[in-house]
Design a protein around this ligand. Structure first.
Ligand code: G3P
Length: 221
């Protein structure tokens, strides 16, 4: 499973990229607005840090405007993937952009039928917002499971992105289901490294090594 980072924060992107496990970035207007920086400059900096798909969302709401805005944003860097909101206008824009060879990521997907429509339109990715479904008492990962099955049934090439990830269990379930991508916030990525037994185990190894060194028979480093 590919791990993308779900943020527009440069420090978080740089740090997580240095860990060697991040293969792409997803942003949205909310994440971008937190950075208080010119949009294009921010996107170009993100593209200079991560050599992988960088999802950037259009904010127009009608098809012609979405396509125009999308073509402009896509011209900033070859790794840009246009994030287009689910809906009639969005799907029409995805159809047009994908026929031009522009990569797209249909966002705000909350049902398997919406995932099906994204694939039918030729989207590169469909982002299922699992955390927001959980928030309203629906099982977000069940939508992922059903959508993955639909894609397998018809060999669609669209990749599901498990998005709106809130905790490491979402990532684990995504990997168990064979989701191609999970986009993970920085804090959740950090949490995935941690286990109390790892900390206790490391502490014990190091203190036992110190004891051996005290006996002066351990090889010098
Ligand atoms: O990038 C879109 C998505 O991951 C948003 O997550 O936490 O705002 O529901 P959230």
């Amino acid at each position: 499973m590919k791990i993308f980072i779900d943020t527009a924060n440069i420090e978080e992107i740089k740090e997580a990229t240095s860990w060697g496990i991040v293969q792409g970035v997803t942003t949205n207007p909310t994440l971008v607005s937190r950075e208080r920086r010119p949009f294009k400059e921010l996107v170009e900096e993100i593209c200079s840090i991560v050599d992988g798909p960088i999802s950037v969302e259009v904010t127009a709401t009608e098809v012609e405007e979405m396509v125009k805005e999308g073509e402009e944003i896509a011209s900033w860097h070859p790794n840009i993937v246009l994030k287009i909101p689910m809906g009639v206008e969005g799907i029409k824009a995805v159809k047009k952009l994908s026929s031009e060879g522009v990569k797209t990521n249909v966002t705000l997907v909350f049902s398997p039928n919406q995932a099906l429509l994204a694939a039918e339109a030729g989207a590169t990715y469909a982002s299922i917002f699992v955390g927001r479904l959980d928030d309203i008492g629906q099982d977000g990962m069940e939508v992922v499971e059903k959508s993955l099955q639909i894609y397998r049934n018809y060999s669609f090439t669209t990749d599901i992105i498990v998005a709106s990830v809130r905790h490491p269990l979402h990532v684990l379930r995504a990997a168990e289901m064979g989701a191609p991508v999970a986009t993970v916030p920085f804090k959740v990525l950090e949490a995935m490294f941690k286990h109390p037994l790892t900390d206790i185990g490391l502490e014990r190894f190091l203190s036992d090594w110190e004891k051996l060194k005290a006996l002066k028979i351990a090889p010098e480093k």
